[in-house]
Design a protein around this ligand. Structure first.
Ligand code: AMP
Length: 614
């Protein structure tokens, strides 16, 4: 059977090159756009998410249409960021590797302009550029665009978001009228529509998937936490996902830097990517991330644009973006090339409205997730370790010499004892670290609660003055769920279940609402009741602030936040040693409870960063 790319009209030497890259069959956007673009006679608008195979969708037809015997620019690809520019250049060069004399040059800010000028001078057919540097080079009269036949505007919406409208106008004014323009965009805001109208004649339009919707392979989750618990909750999510390879989005450069620094101190393989870093620093960070020496990349929206790293397992919105559109761009960094991924938002209860807005834009519902408790994390980490032990590659030649001595050491242990000890070596440390871990889930704002009724939640009566919210020093660690706690309360007090309002079961404490008339009865009834040898304590709950304070003072030790004891879950070693290895976590961590500030309230404009990008 013929290679499906050949059937689409791509020639053998290009197909051979992409086969080596593992492209066996075209992605949907390639299948739909390649035949149209190969005709070379249309303007074109493609609405497609990042990660769908867009680069080859326009790149393969470009390589077919360009005359590589000529040594002057025939195609210009404009894109928003340096990272994307380098990625496209690298992809096109790989696709063209069997085409004699094919030259693709990347033109972007933050690198030596002299080198780029020299490459242009040597002769080039395809220029891939970010707008700022491109204009600079045009201004120096160092490039001749009078024979440009194709202009590709990639991630057009991003370029407009970043304020490149005027630059694009100016660049395009130096290209011939009769060129063809191909525009790709993940979304179609009115500005992009205007661009399409301005530069194109009767373009062929193609929409892959529903416009504005996120990738179907992405699962969206949100966690509701109190602002002060945000960092601890974030770390808990990371700890619960031992194999995470994630991008964490912050709102400002400062927040990005601070979160990255805190994570590094806490022993995570993390680093920051933002516009205050020099180009060299950014390259270094990206290299480490691509090589997976970093597990977590902490980034601003602008810096992360165009990042094309496959196999990102999680996108974490440490702070939600100011503009909803940016949520789509963020989450699009995962689930690339047909993979699946999770996009997580860590929010406070007041931000639930934003989640509902995002749901409307992406056309998908978020799943409300609970911050895992310490026990869940320990279990997850334990089995991750067990799987690693099971799958480790044994270096027979090297270990051989030690085997007799090791056997000697273990002679008195059964296989079962041995397994227990190996597992305990790490597990004890997890348990120690998490033994008093507090529940980090915050109650939701009643206005936005879970598509009402769907979660089986009882409705809060708190805002109708007839109910009192009570605190009880029993929770999930004592084996209570909502139903069990309701039964326990009713059995011990004689009040009936339907008069009890919302029940929030936490780790070592819970809250429940009772009719004002019953609150005295309930408090008195429990005065003499013990649970497993512990006096049950009921108090009237205050507002959210006093709630936390009350919890901490009465919960029997759960005031120790992760890291608060001075012994963190992850050790102090930054690297996993072998790049992807299991980091040792035996070092003394810094005290997060005292040292880490909450940054969630801060906002900072990053407009200036945009200019630095190009
Ligand atoms: P893009 O949307 O161009 O950034 O592509 C996303 C990822 O999919 C890149 O890593 C490409 O190398 C990969 N890719 C593109 N087209 C194909 C294909 N037909 N088969 C397999 N992988 C592809």
């Amino acid at each position: 059977m013929n290679n499906p790319f050949i059937e689409l009209g791509i020639r053998h030497d290009i197909v051979n090159a992409i086969s080596e890259l593992g492209f066996e069959k075209p992605t949907p956007i390639q299948e739909a756009s390649i035949p149209v673009l190969l005709s070379g006679s249309n303007d074109f608008v493609g609405l497609a998410q990042t990660g769908t195979g867009k680069t080859a969708a326009f790149g393969l037809p470009l390589l077919e249409l360009i005359d590589f015997e000529e040594n002057h620019p025939q195609a210009l690809v404009l894109c928003p960021t340096r990272e994307l520019c380098l990625q496209i250049t690298s992809d096109l060069s790989k696709f063209a590797k069997n085409i004699p004399n094919a030259k693709v040059v990347a033109v972007y800010g933050g690198a030596s302009i002299m080198d780029q000028l020299r490459s242009i001078k040597r002769g080039v057919q395809i220029v891939v550029a970010t707008p700022g540097r491109m204009l600079d080079i045009i201004g120096r009269k160092a490039i001749d665009f009078s024979d440009i036949r194709y202009v590709v505007l990639d991630e057009a919406d991003e370029m407009l978001n970043m304020g490149f409208q005027d630059d694009i106008d100016e660049i395009l004014s130096t290209t011939p009228e009769e060129k063809k323009t191909w525009l790709f965009s993940a979304t179609m805001p009115s500005e992009v529509r205007r661009i399409a109208k301005k530069y194109m004649t009767d373009p062929h339009e193609l929409t892959m998937g529903k416009q504005n919707t996120g990738n179907a392979n992405i699962e969206h989750e949100y966690y509701v936490v109190r602002a002060r618990d945000k960092y601890a909750a974030f770390k808990r999510i990371v700890d619960f996902n031992p194999d995470i390879f994630g991008i964490v989005f912050c709102r400002t450069k400062i927040e990005t830097q601070e979160i990255a620094e805190a994570l590094i101190k806490d022993g995570y393989n993390a680093d920051a990517l933002h516009g205050d870093l020099s180009q060299q620093q950014r390259d270094k960070v990206m290299k480490r991330y691509r090589e997976r020496s970093l597990q977590l990349l902490i980034a601003t929206d602008v810096a992360a644009r165009g990042i094309d790293v496959n196999d990102v397992t999680h996108v974490i919105n440490y702070s939600l973006p100011d503009e909803i559109e940016n949520y789509t761009h963020r989450s699009g960094r995962t689930a690339r090339a047909g993979k699946t991924g999770v996009s997580i938002a860590i929010i406070n209860s007041k931000e639930l409205g934003k989640i509902r807005q995002i749901e409307r834009v992406i056309g998908k519902q978020f799943i409300k997730a609970e911050i895992p408790n310490g026990f869940d994390v320990c279990e997850k980490q334990l089995f991750s370790l067990i799987h690693k032990v099971h799958n480790v590659t044994v270096n027979e030649a090297q270990i051989e010499q030690y085997i007799p001595r090791i056997m000697d050491e273990f002679a008195d242990l059964t296989k079962e004892d041995l397994i227990k000890r190996f597992a305990s070596l790490e597990f004890n440390r997890f348990l120690e670290y998490y033994k008093n871990a507090p529940d980090l889930n915050a109650p939701e704002d009643a206005r936005f609660r879970e598509r009402d009724g769907a979660s089986g939640e009882r409705f809060s009566r708190g805002n109708n003055g007839d109910y009192t919210r009570l605190f009880i020093n029993l929770g999930s660690v004592d084996g209570f769920g909502r139903g069990e706690l309701l039964g326990y309360i009713c059995n011990n007090t004689g009040i009936v279940g339907r008069t009890v309002g919302k029940i929030d079961v936490k780790g070592v404490y819970s809250f429940f609402e009772v009719a004002n008339a019953d609150s005295e009865t309930v408090m008195n009834a429990f005065k003499t009741i013990e649970y497993k040898g512990r006096q049950v304590r009921i108090e009237v709950s205050g507002d959210e602030r006093s709630e936390g304070g009350r919890g901490r003072s009465g919960g029997g030790g759960y005031n120790r936040r992760e890291g608060g004891s001075g012994g963190g879950f992850r050790g102090n070693r930054r690297e996993g040693g072998n790049g992807g290895g299991y980091p040792r976590r035996d070092g003394g961590d810094r005290n997060n409870g005292g040292g880490f500030r909450d940054f969630s309230g801060k906002r900072r404009e990053e407009r200036s960063e945009r200019r630095n990008r190009s």
